[in-house]
Design a protein around this ligand. Sequence first.
Ligand code: HEC
Length: 122
Amino acid sequence: MALAASLALATAGAVVAQNQEPIQPIVPPQQVNLGQVELGKKLYFDPRLSKSGFISCNSCHNLSMGGTDNIKTSIGDKWQQGPINAPTVLNSSLNLAQFWDGRASDLKAQAGGPIANPMLRT
Ligand code: HEC
């Protein structure tokens, strides 16, 4: 009886401790819209998103190079050297904040950033 009570207390304590951790286990997505996934993939690789028609997301966040361009600072419109290094996009949806300075709270807030920045505008 005493053993069962201590086990129950220990389990409850472990659950409380886990809930207080800043990093939580990843919850698998409940629903995936395959049409949206396909559209996202097409847009990611489409250079028509850039003014020049030459640069896609994959130019700076190359998925075959770990989601980055592997250069010190990214190259933008008219082959201008930008001021900032491109972080990887791999698992970026799980980041606590977006951009090096954390100015966007999530991917939705992040998405407008590069388009509004002339040094990153492509
Ligand atoms: C010209 C190069 C360039 C292109 C093109 C580009 N990015 Fe970025 N991206 C960057 C740089 C540089 C940063 C970091 C900016 C900062 O921290 O201020 C960044 C940041 C990000 C981040 C935040 C990641 C993190 O860890 O904070 C995401 C997500 C992202 N880009 C996705 C995209 C997507 C999606 C596209 C296409 C629509 C795109 N980027 C196009 C250079 C680029």
